[in-house]
Design a protein around this ligand. Structure first.
Ligand code: AMP
Ligand code: MG
Length: 490
């Protein structure tokens, strides 16, 4: 029988204790129902057997994991640029820390398990709608090859939860090697607690970067690794048309994971300035802002890390500046590699950037579908194969001009059609978690049907592979249907 209590315990975050983590019991969830269970992840974690009532009780917050006090952590953050001195796990509880089948440390968190000391005005709950979105998105991103927190289970309940309307509660069990955020370090920096800062950094170094402990300046090496991981993550988001929606520093992972899925969205009709979060009126977190927002967030992280870098203030600033300055070339390098792969180019040519921008401009001008347009590139060959692309981009004169230059570019590196098509189909997905697909699964669940959720979950496990019966899931939303308004409400 699967039981989280039986997995090899590895309570490294719990060992940090106060003031980092506060024991907090989950609030029981009435009439829990297991709406989805991620069997593949469960196996990787070492959970054997089909989920039963005992496991469901643990995943609902109704039964504790033996020997582990559920914990809520404290952090702070910059939200929409404004400093907020105290946030924390307002509705997330760490319920277990284990070593998985490969010996890797993993933490399990219930999101929506009731109030904690950090709930402020919130009820500690999460609604079914946002839980389904987080559950699906976590695993879709993982299957796309993007670093992300994972999702083990989705539990629903008839418990009413008031948002703009009355909804019902759900709990996602999230899994990650660490849920620590930029905001964790910010909290202790602004409270002038450098020894606490150091304990957090040591914890991360020992657990996740032991090789850096040998370096002459382990903290500097670690922060450089965070900068590089964040740059690489931004390049992956941009290359998939993924918009996070709430890139506050408290939603930025110190491991470079995609974290806290809220009003996120994948681009359908492409707009460089697309704002996926209905509550983001100024467009601070628009698609084309994400890379520079990450840079700014890293500047906040480095500010908070100054006491780690040097006891002399000026020397610390100099070191921090050097580390932060890694970001622009790291991002640009990673991004150019991603774009080149998306166009099927194997080497770098002068003029690539212009060709990339011209293609994106073609999409942007008529809001052509981002995912479908890139997927259509694989059908092109030396003599033809433009139909799929022409169906997505209607400015045929503009497209033909671009195609002439694109084909010349392919000839210049003696690109071979079949091999290129295979490479392209391995980086340009056919299926992404479009908002309307997630919404269909949510609506069906609200009516008691889990079939659409199961179908979509399975589909998104293999996003690069054409699947029988998958046509509808590869379609753009019908033109003219109003876009779903996705806000921070969750
Ligand atoms: P988010 O915008 O989801 O990243 O949340 C920002 C902060 O508000 C975090 O500290 C959350 O834990 C907290 N929070 C969000 N929703 C709730 C809720 N319903 N109950 C308690 N805390 C919440
Ligand atoms: Mg958050």
């Amino acid at each position: 029988m699967p039981d989280l209590s039986r997995l090899p315990a590895d309570p490294r975050s719990a060992a940090l204790g106060e003031p980092f983590f506060t024991p907090t019991a989950a609030t029981p969830l009435p009439e829990p129902r297991l709406l989805h269970f991620n069997t593949a992840l469960a196996e990787d974690l070492g959970l054997e057997g089909a989920p039963d009532q005992g496991l469901l009780a643990q995943l609902a917050g109704n039964a504790a994991v033996a020997g582990y006090p559920a914990l809520a952590g404290v952090y702070a953050g910059h939200q929409f640029g404004q400093w907020v001195p105290r946030l924390g796990d307002g509705r997330a509880l760490l319920i277990a820390e284990i070593r998985d089948r490969r010996g890797q440390h993993q933490e399990l968190q219930l999101k929506g398990a009731g109030p904690t000391p950090y709930s402020r005005f919130g009820d500690g709950r999460a609604v079914l709608r946002s839980s389904v979105r987080e559950y699906l998105a976590s695993e879709a991103m993982h299957a796309l090859g993007v670093p992300t927190t994972r999702a083990l289970s989705l539990v629903g309940s008839p418990l009413p939860v008031q948002r703009e309307t009355r909804e019902t509660a759900a709990i996602v069990c999230r899994v990650a090697p660490s849920f620590l955020r930029f905001g964790h370090l910010e909290y202790f920096y602004y409270r002038d607690q450098p020894e606490a800062l150091r304990r957090l950094a040591d914890h991360l170094l020992q657990l996740h970067h032991p090789e850096l402990l040998e370096r002459p300046q382990p903290y500097a090496a670690w922060l450089a690794a965070v900068v590089d991981a964040t740059a690489a993550l931004m390049a992956q988001w941009q290359a998939l048309g993924f918009c996070h929606g709430v890139m506050n520093t408290d939603n930025m992972s110190l491991l470079g994971l995609t974290l806290d899925y809220g009003p996120f969205g994948f681009q359908d009709g492409f707009a460089a300035g697309h704002i996926c979060n209905h509550s983001d009126e100024g467009g601070r977190y628009a698609y084309d802002q994400q890379p520079q927002v990450a840079h700014w967030n890293l500047s906040r992280l480095l500010q908070a890390s100054l006491p780690l870098l040097h006891e002399d203030g000026e020397a610390a600033v100099e070191l921090a500046t050097g580390i932060l300055n890694r970001y622009p070339p790291a991002y640009t390098g990673a991004m150019m590699n991603r774009w080149r792969a998306k166009f099927g180019w194997q080497d770098a040519h002068h003029g690539d950037r212009e060709l990339i921008n011209r293609f994106l401009n073609l999409l942007d001008r008529e809001q052509a579908d981002f995912t479908r347009a890139f997927r259509a590139l694989a059908a092109l060959h030396a003599e033809g194969g433009e139909q799929a692309l022409r169906a997505e981009i209607h400015d045929h004169a503009g497209l033909d001009a671009w195609l002439g230059d694109y084909r010349a570019r392919l000839r210049a590196e003696q690109s071979e059609d079949a091999a290129r098509a295979a490479r392209l189909n391995a980086v340009n997905p056919l299926y992404v978690l479009r908002n309307h697909l997630a919404q269909d699964a949510i609506t069906a669940l609200e009516q008691g049907h889990s079939g659409p959720l199961e179908r979509l979950f399975a589909r998104l496990q293999r996003p690069y592979e054409a699947q029988p019966g998958g046509e509808a899931d590869a379609q753009a939303p019908v033109r003219g249907t109003p876009a779903l308004a996705i806000s921070c409400s969750s």
